[in-house]
Ligand binder design. Structure first.
Ligand SMILES: Cc1ncc(COP(=O)(O)O)c(C=O)c1O
Length: 393
């Protein structure tokens, strides 16, 4: 009998994968299932990005690259950070990673030791609360609530910080809430981080998927923050490149050095031809990004209105991403019960809030990264399932 490392037992199987396994089973049985669960754009990668990758492959970009990535891509990232985020880095302060997922792993494994505490938003994308456990570090979950559209409250952080706290995670914009941090919130978080001498991991993967008058600010650009911030960003969401697995880390040289070492032992380098696609994404036309965001905005407007018109459901108007975080308390069910009910009664796959933390017991996450036609059909099915529920009760 194989004896697994005890490390594998401290991290659970992703509850999101479990739901999709169940949805796939129902689909295979011939049931009409609409997925509002998946966290990826339903658009294809823009053609000019694919062409750049093909051209590079034909031209021989099939070998290992430098550990941190090819200079041309790191230079393009440095330029992007300067122009769009008001951040100055040297190309040696950039690591190209295999998705932001690898960036998260590198940052957490480089920073955390046994007993270290890390402040993680509740709710948040799963990796930030599970990966620290591999290092016997302690994720301490700080609450976000819909009341103030999921702003991070320093008063809440102050209640949880101890002398063991080493890292603060900021998702801006956030998966799963869609919340965008206001400038004033970030100023206060910056002050808090400096006061308690914390390293901030700032996940900015949704920075370009943002609506209305909301504006994305990188916390690394606030006074005193560059030296204590690890910026994580990537190509998956903004450029519809989820399958390419390309992201990057920007951080001061002293933090980059140990992460580059971990990166070398982990994957050696990000895939060579994919890095050339990344250059085309950053340097080429941004029109496909603008068109995609415009389409997401139409869907968001439709979904927020439709969900709030359904008796028993409510959600705030999110400033970014392609997620809605929906309160289902008035249905009398928990988020988990409601997700099951929607799947089996209406054929709609969504994710319960508890997949993202501990507090969101009566919420679900809906992704609107699917066609308008699917969204319209989904709303009709949800309305019908809920009216049945009212009759039954
Ligand atoms: C906040 C956040 N960070 C990182 C990732 C993973 O990004 P990548 O596909 O580049 O690994 C996701 C994916 O859903 C995410 O929501």
């Amino acid at each position: 009998m194989v004896k697994y490392s005890s490390k594998t037992e401290v991290i659970p199987f992703s509850p999101i994968r479990k739901i999709f396994g169940e949805a796939a089973k129902l689909k295979a049985q011939g049931k009409d299932i609409i997925s509002l669960g998946i966290g990826e754009p339903d658009f294809d990668t823009p053609k000019h990005i694919c062409e750049a990758m093909f051209k590079a492959t034909r031209g021989g970009a099939t070998h290992y690259t430098p550990n941190k990535g090819i200079e041309e891509l790191r230079k393009a990232i440095v330029d992007k950070l300067k122009e769009e985020n008001n951040l100055e880095y040297d190309i040696e302060e950039i690591i190209c990673t295999v998705g932001v997922s690898e960036g998260v792993f590198l940052a957490l494994s480089t920073l955390l030791d046994q007993g270290d505490e890390i402040l993680v938003p509740d709710p948040s994308w799963l990796n930030y609360s599970h990966v620290p456990r591999l290092y016997n570090a302690v994720p301490v979950l700080y609450p976000l609530t819909s009341k103030d559209n999921f702003q991070i409250r320093v008063a809440e952080l102050e209640k949880l910080v101890t002398e063991k706290t080493k890292v603060l995670v900021v998702l801006n914009p956030s998966n799963p809430t869609g919340g965008v941090q206001r400038k004033e919130s970030l100023e206060q978080i910056a002050e808090f981080s400096i006061k308690h001498d914390l390293i901030v991991i700032s996940d900015e993967i949704y920075e370009k998927i943002i609506y209305d008058s909301n504006k994305h600010y990188s916390i690394a650009a606030f006074p005193g923050m560059r030296e204590r911030t690890i910026v994580l960003n990537g190509f998956a969401k903004a450029y519809a490149m989820t399958g390419w697995r390309l992201g990057y880390i920007a951080a001061p040289a002293e933090l980059i050095a140990p992460m580059a070492k971990m990166h070398a032992y982990n994957v050696s380098n990000a895939t060579s031809m994919v890095q050339w696609g990344g250059i085309a994404a950053l340097k080429g036309t941004q029109e496909p990004v603008n068109e995609m965001v415009e389409e997401f905005k139409k869907r968001r407007d439709f979904m927020v209105k439709a969900i709030n018109n359904i008796q028993g459901l409510s959600c705030p108007n999110p400033g970014g991403t392609f997620y809605l975080f929906v309160d289902v308390k008035k249905t009398g069910m928990t988020g988990e019960e409601f997700s099951d009910y929607l799947l089996y009664e209406a054929g709609i796959a969504v994710v319960p809030g508890t997949a993202f933390g501990e507090r969101a017991t009566h919420e679900i996450r809906i992704s609107y990264a699917t066609s308008m036609e699917n969204l319209e059909r989904a709303i009709i099915k949800i309305e019908k399932a809920l009216s049945l529920l009212m009759i039954k009760n």
